[in-house]
Write a protein that binds this ligand. Structure first.
Ligand code: ZN
Ligand code: ZN
Length: 230
């Protein structure tokens, strides 16, 4: 049974300072036995992390953090994969275009399979959710605490499977509020440190395991999100 889970971590494959393998080693040291690597618009570090995880006994859930927009606010959308669909070539191509703000290319790539609205070269939150779901991901709203509360209330009405109720910069009241939203709306919830580096002088992100899901919460997330509970 997993005891401690951190589901929001960045590696050198986006703006993190540790390689996927270093992240797994650090997780092990901090007794975090299940993690998700969620690089910005990239799944390229996942194979290395999963391999290191198998070696060291840390379960790695393949994830991604997608950049979307709600009006002019940035909204990050977390996707978690149940199998190796994170390797899907079409997904990799889509992510490249999200990174380069080429939304019209994404429409060309997915147009026949998926109908989504977008204005100019902004990827809307709804489109982000549908794209991740199309590739089989469980979709979680990242760090709701960073959103304007009025925006949050509208955004959480969208087709999310859950939200990141526990986030390293939350106050206790924030966490209580988001846990209540999850339970009222029957949504899944996760915990994330948003780890980027051990060496940040001014700490704008957490350290792996700063916040975490406990054994019972991990079970609920994995089973509720239809992940294989190995
Ligand atoms: Zn983020
Ligand atoms: Zn992040």
């Amino acid at each position: 049974m997993y005891k401690k889970g951190d589901f929001h971590i960045h590696s050198t494959f986006s703006d993190g300072k540790c390689s996927p393998k270093e992240i797994v080693i650090l997780s092990k040291k901090r007794e975090v036995d299940i993690i998700a690597i969620t690089d910005h618009n990239s799944t390229s570090g996942l194979d290395e992390a999963i391999m290191a995880g198998e070696e060291l006994g840390v379960r790695v859930i393949p994830g991604v953090e997608l950049s979307t927009k709600y009006n002019s606010s940035r909204v990050h959308v977390l996707g978690y994969f149940k199998d190796d669909s994170y390797k899907n070539e079409l997904l990799v191509e889509v992510l490249k275009n999200v990174k380069n703000h080429k939304v019209s290319n994404i429409k060309k790539l997915l147009g026949k399979k998926l109908d989504f609205c977008s204005t100019k070269d902004k990827l809307s939150v709804e489109a982000g959710i549908e794209i991740l779901k199309f590739f089989g991901a469980t979709v979680i709203l990242a760090h709701p605490v960073l959103l304007r509360r009025s925006d949050f209330k509208k955004i959480i009405e969208m087709n999310f499977d859950g939200l990141e109720a526990k986030y390293f910069s939350n106050t206790e009241e924030d966490t209580e509020y988001f846990l209540k939203v999850a339970s009222d709306r029957d949504l899944l919830y996760t915990a994330g440190s948003d780890f980027h580096s051990c060496k940040e002088f001014y700490r704008v992100h957490g350290i792996i395991g700063d916040v975490y899901l406990n054994e019972f919460e991990i079970y609920n997330f994995l089973v509720g999100g239809k992940f294989p509970y190995l």
